[in-house]
Design a binder for this molecule. Structure first.
Ligand code: TRP
Ligand code: SF4
Length: 332
């Protein structure tokens, strides 16, 4: 029986360090789910890290391993998906160069993240050629595998949009080599950190997948709640409480009902409510942490996974590059 090939998905993460609950709810859970219905390529994008970390790249290698440990712990399965390091497939860089020949600078300058990230990282000099080309490199990541879909959050949508424009222009000049990648918008549930702002390493408000149960419990204990609930006798509103956002992501319906009833009637205290949340979060994270610790003690195994995944991705990328050379009349 002939089976139709699965549609292809590619996504990537920059190696910024250990991942937190926001990465789990915003990306990883979805990546894990996609593994059965799609042919998945998941890349740790170390070239992209260099666009902002070029002055001191000393943490990148360690962070590649950290990110990979978290992926594997969360259920990314190298038997199903190609897990790889971007720079171990240097064809990404070659395609980036070839795409740079056809892409107008003005297209890159008007990508909203260009000015946003420059403003947010004012301590770095991001007026570089490489940083301007970030979306072009991201386009190369995607289309070198002819990926049909790219699972990303809303913030990345402009990058996938420009990748379609870049593909259309390329195909116009040289023939239909690349399919236009579609955005597979991941619904990202609000996952606030302990101070109520978006969970982020740079805010110091994150709960990590590698945190111990005790660390998770103590972080949640200090988490901000509905500001109207000063005393236990004050009634609260879960809709105004960041703790409840985490209940939505990690607790059962039964616990959410219990918290809602107890909060709105002032029959439970916030300490109790957070402790119940901690039960659910630790139950979810503990098996991941165990798997992570097991793998962290075997760094060679993890590097082997990345090397095998990279070799397998590279074979696909090289096939595409042969087609590109032919289309661009630089086949020798
Ligand atoms: N720019 C993405 C981010 O910051 C990371 C990324 C690089 C990516 N290449 C990609 C995401 C390709 C999806 C597809 O999150
Ligand atoms: Fe938030 Fe729970 Fe306290 Fe209500 S009882 S304010 S939901 S922590």
């Amino acid at each position: 029986m002939e089976t139709k090939p699965k549609p292809r998905v590619l996504s990537g993460m920059r190696p910024t360090g250990a991942l937190h609950l926001g990465h789990l709810t915003g990306a990883l859970d979805n990546w894990v789910r996609l593994q059965d219905a799609y042919d998945c390529f998941y890349s740790v994008v170390d070239y992209h890290a260099l666009t902002t970390e070029y002055e001191d790249p000393s943490a990148i290698r360690k962070n590649v391993i950290e990110v990979t440990l978290d992926w594997l712990a969360a259920g990314i399965d190298p038997a199903k998906s190609r897990v790889f390091i971007q720079s171990l497939v240097p064809e990404h860089a070659e395609l980036h160069l070839l795409l740079s020949m056809t892409t107008p600078v003005s297209w890159l300058e008007r990508v909203p993240t260009y000015k946003d990230v420059q403003a947010n990282m004012a301590h770095r000099d991001l007026a570089t050629y490489g940083f301007l080309g970030y979306p072009l490199l991201q386009t190369a990541d995607i289309i070198i595998y002819k990926a049909n879909a790219v699972p990303v959050g809303e913030d990345q949508a402009p990058h996938i949009e420009i990748s379609r424009e870049i593909v259309r222009r390329f195909n116009n000049f040289y023939g239909e080599v690349f399919p236009e990648p579609q955005t597979l918008l991941t619904p990202v549930p609000r996952t606030p950190g302990t101070d109520g702002r978006k969970m982020s390493k740079s805010y110091g408000n994150a709960i990590y997948l590698k945190d111990t149960d005790a660390e998770i419990r103590s972080k949640l204990k200090t988490m901000v709640t509905d500001p109207a609930r000063q005393r236990k006798t004050d009634k609260g509103d879960p809709a105004k409480c960041p703790v409840f956002d985490l209940h939505k992501a990690f607790s059962t319906q039964e616990t959410r009902d219990w918290a809602t009833a107890g909060c709105t009637s002032a029959s439970i205290g916030c300490i109790e409510c957070k402790s119940k949340l901690a039960d659910h979060v630790t139950a979810r994270i503990a098996p991941m942490r165990e798997k992570r610790e097991y793998l962290a003690a075997r760094p060679d195994t993890v590097m082997d996974v990345l090397k095998t995944g990279s070799a397998s991705a590279r074979a696909v990328a090289q096939d595409t590059m042969h087609e590109v050379h032919r289309a661009m009349k630089i086949e020798y």
